[in-house]
Write a protein of this length. Structure first.
Ligand code: FMN
Length: 368
C-alpha cells in the first residue's frame, strides 16, 4: 500500500519542497529571549498556515513535545498537540500537507489509526505522519511510561506502524498478534481519504532508526552536518539506494533556519541579536546536557554546537540577503534534499519577505 502520487509529491510539482517546522511550540525552533519570539498560539498558527498555503509552502511539520525545556523562557513549554493541530489547520487550508508528529509508544495504534484517518478526511488526503519513538526521558516519566532501550523503540514502532497500516488497508476484520501489540477482531473504517494512505516520515539518526525509515517511510528528515554538504549528499545517496534495494522510494528532507533580510549586514545583526546576545542559554545548556553534549565530550567545537542549538535546534543556519538564502537552499537541493523544513524566529513576521524575495529566486533557479 503506497501513498497516492499527489500525496507523495505534497501536491506540487516543485523540485524543492518547502515546509515550516515547529510552529506549534512556543519559541518555535529558536532558543531565544527576544520579545518577538514565536508565540505558538492557535491564532498565530492559523494565520501562518493560511499565509503559507497562499504562497505555496508545501507542508507544516509540528514538534511532538510534552514538556518544556526550562530555562528563562521555558523553551517549548507551550505546545499544541500535533494531530488536533493538524486537523484544525487542514480544515483551514486547501493545498498544503500538515503532519502530525506522534510518539508511537504513547498512543494506542487503533486510536492513532483512526485519528489519522479523521485528520486525513478533514484535509481530503493532506495529512502526513511523522513517527517518533521517544527522545526525552522526562516526557515519558509524565506518562508513567518507560522509554525502551534505544533499538527496541524501533522494534515497537515497527509493530505499531504495521498495525496502523493494516487498519488503513482494505483488510476486513483482523487480528494482530505482535510481540508488543496484541489486537483482536479489529474493524477500522473509514479508510484514508481517496485510497492510498498518508505520507509517512521520520527523523532518525541511528542505524536502527534509519533502517526503520528505509523499510517504512516515504521521507527521512536528516540534519545537514555544518559545512559538510558532501557528507549529506553521500548520506542521501546511501539511504535512497538502500530503500530502492528493498523495492521502495525514500526522499530525504533537511532542516534550515532562516534569517533573511534585505542586506547581509542586517541579517547578520539580527542573527547576532537573537541567538548570541539574547539566546536563552539556560535552556540551551539543559537541552545539550539531555543529549550528552558536554564541553568534556566535545572540547573542540562545544561553543559552536551551543550556538547551533540556540539558533534552531541544530538545523542548518542560513543567514543573509535573499540572493544568499536562495543560493544556500539551492545548494541543499543539489546535494539531494527533496525538501527543507524551515523555521524563523517569528514565522508570521518573516514569511512574507521570504515569500516575496526568495521564492521567485528559487523559481529562477528552476527549483520552484
Ligand atoms: C527534523 C527532526 C524532527 C524531530 N522531531 C521530533 C519531535 O517532534 N519529537 C521528538 O520527540 N523527537 C523528534 N525528533 C527526534 C527523532 O525522532 C529521533 O529520535 C532523533 O533524531 C534521534 O534519532 P534516533 O532515534 O535514531 O536515535 C526529531 C528529529 C529531527 C532531526
Amino acid at each position: 500500500m503506497s501513498a497516492a502520487p499527489g500525496r507523495f509529491a505534497l501536491y506540487s510539482r516543485n523540485t524543492l519542497k518547502l515546509g515550516l517546522f515547529g510552529a506549534n511550540c512556543s519559541s518555535g525552533r529558536a532558543v531565544t529571549m527576544v520579545p518577538e519570539r514565536w508565540s505558538g498560539s492557535w491564532p498565530d498558527c492559523l494565520r501562518l498556515a493560511r499565509l503559507a498555503d497562499a504562497v505555496g509552502i508545501e507542508f507544516m511539520l509540528p514538534v511532538g513535545r510534552w514538556k518544556g525545556y526550562g530555562g528563562d523562557t521555558d523553551y517549548q513549554g507551550e505546545t499544541l498537540e500535533t494531530v488536533t493541530w493538524a486537523a484544525g489547520l487542514l480544515a483551514a487550508t486547501q493545498r498544503m500537507t500538515v503532519f502530525g508528529t506522534v510518539h508511537a509508544p504513547l498512543i494506542h495504534p487503533v486510536i492513532a489509526a483512526k485519528q489519522f484517518v479523521t485528520a486525513d478526511h478533514i484535509g481530503e488526503g493532506r495529512f502526513g505522519l511523522n513517527v517518533v519513538c521517544g527522545w526525552n526521558e522526562d516526557e515519558f516519566d509524565m506518562f508513567g511510561a518507560e522509554l525502551r532501550a534505544h533499538d527496541a523503540r524501533y522494534e515497537y514502532a515497527q509493530e505499531w506502524l504495521d498495525a496502523i497500516k493494516l487498519a488503513w488497508s482494505d483488510a476486513g476484520e483482523f487480528d494482530f498478534p505482535g510481540q508488543f501489540i496484541k489486537l483482536r477482531q479489529v474493524r477500522a473504517k473509514p479508510k484514508p481519504f481517496g485510497g492510498g494512505r498518508p505520507i509517512v516520515m521520520n527523523a532518525a539518526v541511528s542505524a536502527a532508526g534509519q533502517a526503520f525509515a528505509i523499510r517504512n517511510c516515504d521521507a527521512l528528515f536528516s540534519m545537514t552536518p555544518r559545512g559538510k554538504l558532501d557528507e549529506f549528499a553521500a548520506h542521501v545517496a546511501k539511504v535512497k539506494a538502500l530503500a530502492r534495494a528493498g523495492g521502495r522510494e525514500l526522499d530525504v528532507y533537511t532542516v534550515g533556519v532562516i534569517t533573511c533580510r534585505p542586506t547581509t549586514r542586517e541579517a547578520e545583526e539580527y542573527y547576532r541579536h537573537c541567538v548570541i546576545d539574547h539566546a536563552d542559554w539556560a535552556a540551551v545548556d539543559r537541552i545539550m546536557a539531555m543529549r550528552g553534549v558536554t564541553r568534556q565530550a566535545f572540547p573542540d567545537d562545544f561553543e559552536q554546537r551551543r550556538l547551533h542549538q540556540a539558533n534552531g535546534m541544530g538545523g542548518m543556519p542560513i543567514v543573509g540577503d535573499p540572493d544568499h538564502v536562495a543560493h544556500e537552499l539551492a545548494q541543499l537541493a543539489a546535494a539531494g534534499a527533496r525538501g527543507i523544513a524551515l523555521s524563523f524566529v517569528n514565522y508570521l513576521d518573516e514569511l512574507p519577505f521570504f515569500a516575496q524575495e526568495v521564492l521567485p529566486r528559487l523559481s529562477r533557479l528552476g527549483l520552484r
